[in-house]
Design a protein around this ligand. Structure first.
Ligand code: APR
Length: 238
């Protein structure tokens, strides 16, 4: 096991839908997951949006309302505690579009797949904070045009902040993956990148994911149980 440096270890935490599951936010690929009830092509691609924008806007309006009524759980809070203890050397990279990490207190955070609490104007590229519905086609607060869509990265679109994420992954001492199936790239490739640059890699997931490069350590269980325990160890060690 790679000993941790004396100074605060640089930690990259990748999270997926599994960390929000116990807050009542459905995952995508588990039984009862979002992709069981909806065809990805219909609601998570630019083509699906072009084909039936009203259905797509209603789909994300419902997700935005559901996420707004959800509460952060012990796993979200534990990661905020880790940041509190280790400071800026902790970066949370989330694939999730809910704002439960922020509401739990995480600040050093990247939403690589966008946010339900933002809209994206197709006309002027503005990304205003947004909490209301979009299906009634409200005007963009910047350009006034009624061409707002959810600021969620769809399949075939480029995720956000890739340079910042990759720079943090190649420089980290510990890479931990929480509540993700490892089915979607580029996120699924970060464990291999981190390992290639000498980081210790840890997976905290309900069931071990089928990651291409095995993790140094894999713990199975519910996020609200295994994440606080792991954070206690990290904080205890630092
Ligand atoms: N605690 C820990 N892990 C959990 C829990 C839980 N309570 N519940 C489910 N999981 C795990 C599942 O075992 C699974 O490995 O979380 C993972 C969820 O996987 P997905 O549903 O595939 O979600 P995610 O990996 O975040 O999806 C990645 O795919 O659909 C796109 O853009 C979307 O960001 C998303 C990306």
């Amino acid at each position: 096991m790679t000993p941790l440096p004396a100074a605060a270890p640089r930690v990259v935490v990748l999270t997926g839908a599994g960390i929000s599951a116990e807050s009542g936010v459905p995952t995508f690929r588990d039984s009862g997951g979002l992709w069981e009830g909806h065809r990805v092509e219909d609601v998570a691609t630019p083509e699906g949006f072009a084909h039936d924008p009203d259905a797509v806007l209603r789909f994300y309006d419902a997700r935005r309302r559901a996420a707004a009524s959800a509460l952060p759980n012990a796993a979200h809070r534990a990661l905020a505690r880790l940041e509190g203890a280790l400071g800026a050397s902790v970066l949370v990279v989330t694939q999730n579009v809910d704002d439960l990490h922020e509401r739990a207190g995480s600040r050093n955070l990247v939403h690589m797949h966008g946010e339900l609490r933002r809209a994206l104007c197709v006309a002027c590229d503005a990304r205003p904070r947004w909490s209301a519905d979009l299906a009634d086609r409200p005007p963009c607060p910047v350009c006034g045009q009624r061409m707002l869509r959810p600021d969620v990265v769809w399949f075939g679109e480029m995720p956000y902040d890739l340079d910042r994420i990759e720079n943090a992954v190649v420089a980290c001492d510990v890479f931990v993956s929480i509540g993700t199936s490892g089915a979607v790239y580029p996120a699924a490739g970060y464990v291999a990148l981190a390992a290639a640059f000498g980081a210790r890699t840890v997976e905290l997931n309900l069931v071990p994911s089928d990651a291409v490069v095995p993790f140094d350590e894999s713990r199975a269980g519910r996020a609200t149980d295994i994440v606080p325990a792991w954070v206690d160890e990290m904080v205890g060690r630092s």
